[in-house]
Design a protein around this ligand. Structure first.
Ligand code: AHM
Ligand code: MG
Length: 334
């Protein structure tokens, strides 16, 4: 087995020439994310000890203030990416505005912008349920030598050069794509090394799992209501199984491995849905397509949406092709 015992570090080096811009910077960038993910993982794993080590707002044993984990994760990723001088700008779900990074000698000549949701599903932390980090990487479009502008961040998802997530679950994994398929790496916490555990991940074409917050059923559009009824009907290989963790990264990860569909639709209360186009939907949509699945807002491809603002929200449907096509058919005909 060629992949046996291959580490993420080895994989990055071996695949460097495949990257569209092979100056090594994108590899270094993925490396930084790998590092920050280890730091965050360490902290997330301690979350259950909060009553012993001190609650949020208390001081820890070193006399430092305890932080909320989402704030901690946000700072860990921003610090790591800033210090590496590869990135010219960062936008985070946790920050109102984007951050400009001038880089070496303040020359503004770094190439990449990173958009990140540092700790997605963070309400699950308190109950010891998996959470995740989602990241999205673009090449800047404004000329090198000047500070980044909003235009560098408001690029459609089809221009992403890489995207991925980290799931802090029973094991911690990084799953990412640079546009050449999707690969998953599992952290061996004993030695702090990620191993290639899931090479060339593919969504099964058919699936039997639907993931949607059915508590909001009355607020859903008719197409989603009809699709849910279809999933529940006893016919052929149905009814399907309902699974909803409330942590998109974990729900997505399970569906990617087992086959399924994830839906966070518009609701009568929130016509644009809940999830953020730039920090959540675009990176997950790129992963979905690279894994042979489909991602849309129920009608149109997510990756073709022209963003207009940093924290834009969008209804989100993604998963196994055949399930997606069925759901979209219900949306169209409703
Ligand atoms: P967050 O970025 O505030 O954590 O919200 C995103 C999360 C997703 O991970 C999850 O699928 C969804 O919100 C759950 O929302 P709800 O509780 O409304 O079903
Ligand atoms: Mg989020």
């Amino acid at each position: 087995m060629a992949n046996k015992n291959k580490t993420l570090g080895e994989f990055i080096i071996e695949n460097q020439e495949e990257f569209k811009y092979s100056s090594g910077e994108l590899s270094r960038l993925i490396n930084s994310i790998r590092l920050a993910a280890k730091v965050v993982n360490h902290e997330v794993n301690k979350a259950g000890l909060v009553d012993i080590l001190g609650a949020v707002g208390d001081q820890n044993i070193q006399g430092e203030d305890q932080q909320k984990l989402d704030v901690y994760a946000n700072e860990a990723f921003i610090k790591t990416l800033t210090n590496r001088e590869i990135v010219c700008g960062i936008a985070s779900e946790e920050e109102d505005d984007f951050i400009t990074i001038k880089g070496r000698n303040e020359k503004n000549d770094n190439k990449y912008v990173v958009l990140i949701d540092p700790l997605d599903g963070s309400s699950n932390i308190d109950v010891n349920v998996s959470v995740g980090t989602i990241f999205s990487i673009y090449r800047r479009i404004t000329p090198s030598g000047s500070p980044v502008t909003i235009d560098d961040f408001l690029q459609p998802g089809n221009r992403q050069v890489a995207a991925g997530y980290i799931v802090y679950g029973t094991s911690t994994m990084i799953v990412y794509t640079t546009g050449h398929g999707v690969n998953g790496f599992t952290l061996n916490p004993a030695i702090g090394t990620y191993y290639l555990s899931h090479p060339n991940m593919k969504f099964p074409k058919d699936g039997h799992i639907y993931s949607v917050n059915e508590g909001n059923y009355v607020h859903f559009p008719q197409g989603v209501k009809d699709y849910i009824k279809y999933c529940q009907k006893e016919e052929g290989d149905r009814p399907y199984t309902a699974r909803y963790i409330g942590s998109m990264v974990s729900d997505f990860h399970r569906n990617l491995i087992k086959g399924g569909i994830y839906i966070y639709p518009s609701t009568s209360k929130n016509p644009d849905g809940k999830l953020r186009l730039l920090y959540e939907c675009n990176p997950m949509a790129l992963l979905t397509e690279q894994a042979g699945g489909k991602a849309s807002d129920g009608f149109n491809r997510i990756l073709d949406i022209e963003p207009t603002k940093l924290h834009q929200r969008v209804p989100f449907f993604c998963g196994s092709v055949n399930m997606m096509e069925k759901a979209e058919e219900f949306m169209k005909n409703a």
